[in-house]
Write a protein that binds this ligand. Structure first.
Ligand SMILES: Nc1ncnc2c1ncn2[C@@H]1O[C@H](COP(=O)(O)OP(=O)(O)O)[C@@H](O)[C@H]1O
Ligand SMILES: [Mg+2]
Length: 243
């Protein structure tokens, strides 16, 4: 079973702030395909995180629906078990479980999604190496910096080899060098497993690395396709493949 697309159909999201109803997402229809790299941009407060929460199934729109489209089934409206196995999520805060070690935080995510303990442990070891935290496996999250915790959250999101990765400003807590490492890992997985990538970000270098840019403004999106060969992350991989 593979998720081939995440589809928003006429979704609207409103919040009440200081007694005033504000429409953050306004009758928006948009779809994200597996294998594509999409950035969601827009000024602070534009609704980037709101859209990611809706796509992840962590919140429900007031009207409209978010669908998961699967390869060999009709479009599903209620598909929590697929979300759990097939969508990896990295939010703006890491939300690690502080009573568990770094390794346990990642392994447990795999077990919840139905992986064997052998596979979950093996993937965790590899991912911790990839995010540069192999030496921190048995530490507790509180001993790590914000950027390190964010990298653990990324490893946790990737452990199930998801069809989609949703990431909310994944480099905002990282220095430039670590940000580059994290993005290389994300793009490596994207290419290796044909993952769909949806990243909310202001980071110009990430934006330049994507296939499609969705700019959120006044509750709706303006779409822009990027030319390849620009200055973003992952270009070295493109260059090697094209040569
Ligand atoms: N759960 C919520 N309750 C009330 N207001 C919210 C909630 N989530 C987001 N908002 C408001 O919606 C607007 C968009 O927020 P957000 O999606 O976080 O923007 P962005 O991620 O683009 O900075 C902001 O004004 C924010 O205060
Ligand atoms: Mg946000």
């Amino acid at each position: 079973m593979q998720i081939t697309a995440l589809v928003c159909k006429k979704i609207t999201q409103r919040f009440i702030e200081y007694g005033v109803v504000r429409t953050i997402i306004d009758n928006l229809s948009i779809s994200f395909q597996k294998g594509e790299r999409s950035a969601v941009t827009g000024i602070s407060g534009a609704g980037k995180s709101t859209l990611l929460y809706l796509l992840a199934g962590l919140d429900q729109p007031v009207t409209g629906s978010v669908f998961i489209s699967c390869a060999d089934e009709k479009i599903l409206s209620s598909a929590d078990r697929y979300r759990q196995q097939k969508i990896g999520i990295v939010l703006q805060s890491a939300y690690l479980i502080h009573q568990l070690t770094v390794k346990e935080n990642i392994v447990s995510r795999g077990l919840i999604a139905g992986m064997s303990i052998y596979d979950a442990t093996q993937n965790t070891t590899e991912l911790l190496k990839a995010v540069g935290l192999a030496g921190n496996a048995d530490e507790y999250p509180s001993t790590l910096s914000g950027g390190q915790q964010q990298r653990v959250a990324l490893a946790r999101a990737l452990i199930t080899q998801p069809d989609f990765l949703l990431a909310d400003e994944p480099t905002s807590a990282l220095d430039q060098k670590t940000a580059a490492q994290v993005m290389e890992l994300i793009f490596y997985h994207q290419k290796m497993y044909g993952m769909g990538l949806i990243i909310a970000t202001h980071d110009q270098q990430i934006i330049e690395s994507m296939d499609t840019i969705f700019e959120l403004k006044n509750g709706t999106v303006h779409q822009r396709l990027l030319q390849k060969g620009s200055v973003g992350y992952g270009q070295t991989i493109d260059a090697q493949e094209n040569s």
